[in-house]
Ligand binder design. Sequence first.
Ligand code: ADP
Length: 181
Amino acid sequence: MRLVLLGPPGAGKGTQAAILTEKLGVPHISTGDLFRANIGEGTPLGKEAKEYIDAGKLVPTDVTARMVEDRLSQDDAAEGFLLDGFPRTVEQADLLAEMLERHGVKLDGVINYQVDEDTVVERMLGRGRADDNEETIRTRLQVYRNETAPLIDHYGDAVISIKAEGSVEEINEATLKALGK
Ligand code: ADP
């Protein structure tokens, strides 16, 4: 299964993806995790990405798209993937469509985790990641509203909306049910 996970920062995409990856048997590909791994290893990509991430801004699309295409080309992603954090703009969605076309494959669906802003701010302040301070969170929510939310219309009928409030298990069950699993 080839799925894109959408939702505001703090919607719990990563938490759900960690469970779905086991149940669906496809890798969880998170651009945020890939960037953080590169930052941790001090790679040139990590050094470039860090300033944007610390400011809550998007890393430039060419850098991000190259990283995603490399990851999607690895063997474990041949039969499917859960893409978390990409695309984040309509431009990135167009690049993803081109990548998939080059690989001769199609998306099976787009899961949109819906959650209100007060909840996501509370969740992010609670998890204490380096980029989870109040100012950065505000910037990321603004980027989400302006750049990422339009993807819901962009993907139209492919979108499966899930209410991402409640327990982790409840949200997971709702996701699997919506996928017919
Ligand atoms: P969250 O789910 O809280 O938004 P992520 O781990 O998905 O956190 O992303 C953290 C940061 O990594 C983003 O704020 C952004 O700076 C960068 N990033 C992740 N994905 C992308 C992307 N597709 N394009 C540009 N920047 C990205």
